[in-house]
Design a protein around this ligand. Structure first.
Ligand code: E4P
Length: 218
């Protein structure tokens, strides 16, 4: 399973990269706004900085919601770097745009996916990645992880190539459950990735090993 970081914060991306396990980055307009990045040229410059920092795929989302606009924007985004994956919302024009980007050999991430039906459409349209939003489904009182399992079953049965990118991850438990459910990729906030490191028995065990080592050395 690939690990992406879900942020536009360069420091956090660098920290995750430093751990040596980072495969890519996802961003969205809210995450860009959170970093105070506004205006097309600043936003594109920021994507370039992210692409220069990491080796893997970097999802950059279109703002347009009409077919022509999405195609124009997607082509511009794809010019920034070969790392760029054009992120397209799961709406009618988005599906049409995914089909066109597939023909143009531009990598895509179909975002805002909340049902198996939407995931089937994304795969039929040739999306490189499909992003079911686990945490937001959980927040609405339903079972986000079940959707990952359902999509995994359907894609396996139908032989779809689209990679399942578990998004809207809130915790380490989500990461583990997404791995069990068959996700190809998880995109997570830095703290969710770092939480995987932690176990009290590791800390207690290490303390004891070091204490025994020091005692023996006396
Ligand atoms: C995915 O690519 C999205 O950027 C992200 O995972 C959304 O997560 P949120 O529900 O925490 O905003």
């Amino acid at each position: 399973m690939k690990f992406f970081i879900d942020t536009a914060n360069l420091q956090q991306i660098a920290e995750a990269k430093d751990l040596g396990i980072l495969d890519g980055v996802t961003t969205n307009p809210s995450l860009m706004a959170k970093e105070g990045i506004t205006g097309k040229s600043e936003i594109y410059k920021h994507y370039k900085k992210i692409c220069d920092l990491v080796e893997g795929d970097v999802s950059a989302e279109v703002i347009s919601t009409d077919y022509e606009g999405m195609i124009r924007e997607g082509k511009e985004l794809a010019m920034i770097s070969e790392n760029i994956v054009v992120k397209v919302p799961m709406i009618k024009d988005g599906v049409k745009a995914l089909v066109e980007f597939t023909k143009l050999d531009i990598k895509t991430n179909c975002t805002l996916v909340f049902s198996a039906g939407q995931a089937i459409l994304a795969a039929k349209a040739g999306a490189t990645y499909v992003s079911p939003f686990i945490g937001r489904i959980d927040d609405s009182g339903w079972n986000g992880m079940q959707l990952i399992s359902d999509i995994y079953d359907i894609y396996s049965l139908q032989g779809y190539d689209t990679e399942i990118l578990a998004a809207s991850i809130r915790s380490g438990l989500h990461i583990v459950d997404a791995a069990k459910a068959g996700a190809d990729v998880v995109t997570c906030p830095l703290d969710a990735i770092m939480s995987l490191l932690k176990h009290p028995l590791t800390d207690i065990g290490l303390e004891k090993f070091l204490a025994d080592h020091a005692k023996a050395a006396k």
